[in-house]
Ligand binder design. Structure first.
Ligand code: PHE
Ligand code: NA
Length: 447
């Protein structure tokens, strides 16, 4: 290796970086609308179970794989199982990084554009559905914001682990938290906030279907950045004296806290100010919420805050997606970091253009007459992440062996000891739950 491997300089630096990876569009854009379409509180309940039984053990697994091997996902599997095909699991993770970041950046670009739309003022007379459709069916404008967002992401990653990632998250994560608290206070103090609170927090278990479980598990993977090696990669910059059980709990806890808080910022305001239902789907953030801000005193100000928050959350996740691919290029291909960041970033930018064109006015005249962004999202969330998570669990449980992984994780003691329960979860519960969900989801889509 020509390039010296960096380490996080503080424990907080690592926790904020990993929490920054976790906290993203998944919490602020996706979680509320998936909760909205799945009946509210009942979904929240199942989701929390998925986080504890599947999310936490996999977080421990990926962090330990990274810290132990000090390698990118491909190198990590190669180090522990040399001369076997297991490195392909890491390869799948690198591929997933390409796919997710390419469309993630497009959505983040919408968010950047909406910062300026909010500054221009949200007024009740605007037809927000049309505003959104006009925006995403454009060509030059969404591609411009997609480029701006990728440039920001490349800028952070090319500066390195400590000077780039760690420095960015130490400034951005506290800002994100404060902005979210401001929005929650605004939402909860509106007249009629309680109806939204009831929808969000008091479960109606008759709403639970097989779909609820599938959406909850898919959301758990995406939101925790699991199943594609992002946490292996960040874990690989941990020094040997870093504790795993507690650090993993902080990251999972922070991500869950921010998702729950995002719901608190949205549902009370939504029920208090509009009569639209909370099951608007992906448009919830870009269509329904602007309409909510338009009804709110000082709404443009709060709208501005919201889209700044959403953009920050997206950026701290996007850097972890790019880092997976760049770490692979640096470790395995010996490409210099700055060069790797720029080359990989540009390729991902290009892969993200079809999702833009899929919505553009041209799509009727081209082969892209379908929702490309949704297709990328489906492939990533229904196939790549669960498959990556399943294989990682099988590898940890049966190949490296749960006992060895637990010993490695427990090397540096903390409050949480990785005990027998870990083997039971990673060998049995996690693989079975993921396999069932994958088969059902794929069957449903084909039927
Ligand atoms: N966890 C991020 C979010 O919630 C998305 C992500 C997935 C980031 C996979 C990195 C890896 O938005
Ligand atoms: Na998340």
């Amino acid at each position: 290796d020509l390039q010296k491997r960096e380490n996080w300089t503080t424990r907080l630096g690592f926790i904020l970086a990993a929490a920054g990876s976790a906290v993203g569009l998944g919490n602020i854009w996706r979680f509320p609308y998936v909760t909205g379409t799945n009946g509210g509180a009942a979904f929240l309940f199942i989701y929390l179970i998925a986080i504890i039984l599947i999310g936490y053990p996999l977080m421990v697994t990926e962090m330990t794989l990274g810290r132990k091997t000090q390698r990118n996902p491909v190198g990590a599997f190669k180090a522990l199982a040399p001369n076997t095909p297991w490195w392909l699991v890491g390869g799948l993770g690198v591929l997933t990084g390409f796919v997710i970041l390419s469309y993630y950046s497009v959505v983040a670009g919408w968010s950047l554009a909406y910062i300026f739309k909010a500054l221009g003022g949200f007024v009740p007379e605007m037809a927000f559905g049309e505003v959104f459709t006009d925006h995403i069916t454009g060509v030059g404008v969404p591609i411009f914001w997609h480029a701006v967002f990728m440039a920001l992401t490349i800028g952070v990653i090319s500066a390195g682990v400590v000077k780039g990632i760690q420095r960015a998250v130490k400034t951005l994560m506290p800002i994100l938290f404060i902005l979210l608290v401001v929005l929650i206070i605004r939402s909860l103090t509106l007249d009629g906030a309680s109806e939204g609170l009831r929808f969000y927090l008091s479960p109606d278990f008759s709403e639970i279907t097989a779909q609820t479980f599938m959406d909850a598990i898919a959301q758990a993977f995406f939101t925790l950045s699991l199943g594609m090696g992002a946490i292996i990669t960040y874990g690989s910059y941990l020094s040997e004296d870093a504790n795993i059980g507690d650090n993993a709990a902080y990251v999972v806890g922070l991500d869950t806290l921010i998702a729950v808080m995002a719901g608190l910022a949205m549902f009370p305001a939504l029920f208090a100010l509009t009569d639209v239902s909370p099951d608007a789907g992906p448009g919830l953030t870009f269509i329904t919420l602007p309409a909510v801000f338009a009804e709110m005193p000082l709404g443009s100000f709060f709208g501005f805050i919201f889209f700044v928050l959403l953009s920050i959350a997206a950026l701290t996740s996007a850097i972890s997606l790019l880092e997976v691919v760049v770490a692979w290029a640096v470790d395995e291909k010996d490409i210099e970091r700055k060069k790797a960041s720029i080359i990989v970033g540009i390729i991902i930018f290009i892969v993200g253009i079809p999702p833009v064109l899929g919505y553009s006015a041209w799509s009727d005249f081209s082969f892209l007459g379908f929702d490309v962004l949704d297709t990328y999202d489906w492939i990533a969330n229904s196939i790549f992440l669960p498959l990556g998570g399943l294989l990682t669990a099988v590898f940890a449980g049966y190949v490296w062996k749960a006992r060895n992984l637990a010993d490695e994780a427990n090397k540096v003691g903390g409050v949480i000891n990785i005990g027998e329960w870990y083997g039971f979860l990673v060998k049995i519960v996690v693989p079975i739950a993921i396999a069932v969900v994958m088969v059902v989801t794929i069957a449903q889509t084909l039927m």
